[in-house]
Design a protein around this ligand. Sequence first.
Ligand SMILES: NC(=O)c1ccc[n+]([C@@H]2O[C@H](COP(=O)([O-])OP(=O)(O)OC[C@H]3O[C@@H](n4cnc5c(N)ncnc54)[C@H](OP(=O)(O)O)[C@@H]3O)[C@@H](O)[C@H]2O)c1
Length: 255
Amino acid sequence: MVTGASKGMGKASALALAEEGCKVAICSRTQSDLDEAVRELQAFGNAAIGVRADATDQADLKRFYEETVAALGEVDIVVNAVGGAAPGTVDTMTDEEWQLNFDRNLFPGIRLIRMALPGMKERKWGRIVNIGSVTGREFGPDFEMTRDSLMGYMSAKAALIALTKHMAIQLAPHEILVNMVAPGIVTYPGGRRDLWSKTQTPEAMDEFFARHLPMGRFGWPEPVGALVAFLCSEKPGFLSGACINFDGAGSRSLL
Ligand SMILES: NC(=O)c1ccc[n+]([C@@H]2O[C@H](COP(=O)([O-])OP(=O)(O)OC[C@H]3O[C@@H](n4cnc5c(N)ncnc54)[C@H](OP(=O)(O)O)[C@@H]3O)[C@@H](O)[C@H]2O)c1
């Protein structure tokens, strides 16, 4: 199961898993995008479904899980790709806006994992990958792009790192590997970063790249998909509890 997967890194993860032979279920809120993504998934020859569901809504998430089990069987892999920011600072953000940040970035993962976990434990096999952000580890360049404080997003992604680490330790005896991918700036056609870059002059973009992106370009979703598929396979074996940056060496933190 992959949440938030009709576009971007969620979709790339779903496609990479389908390419490896997985039956894949994805969710997002826009039916037309889901239909297109499911067509691409099915082209690999395996069963795939798309469920229109808002991952921040508990009832929708439960329906996503139940429809997946009914159509594809038990769930061995959960990839939490859904995320998003509600901007604001400590003095401007309401409780509802704080909640929104955690509802978008933390709770979908917690709730979906809670549903899938009994089966994974019973079968003594499972893979969980959370898509976080380098912003969960250090102050990122997002402020420069959005001119908004992403304090709530940063806090929720940091909490996701803590959740990942704790689950990895707790679930290791059950042969369930739990890891995290922390992207820097990743763009895809029509995505937020793509739209933002189109509002900038070439000089401003060059300056932005020089300041934040040593490779001189944004990242793109497909390598994230390949990394997620690796983390969900037999190959990582002993690799659990890791948070792997995917940022073209853009972040500065040693940790
Ligand atoms: N792109 C970056 O630079 C970047 C950097 C660091 C971290 N991240 C994190 O990486 C993950 C993926 O980001 P992305 O930029 O590749 O994709 P994205 O543009 O955030 O969205 C990808 C997918 O999520 C779906 N989605 C959004 N909100 C949803 C919701 N509430 N319920 C269900 N589906 C939802 C979207 O479809 P609908 O809108 O139709 O629902 C779309 O299919 C997120 O967790 C994000 O925080 C991204």
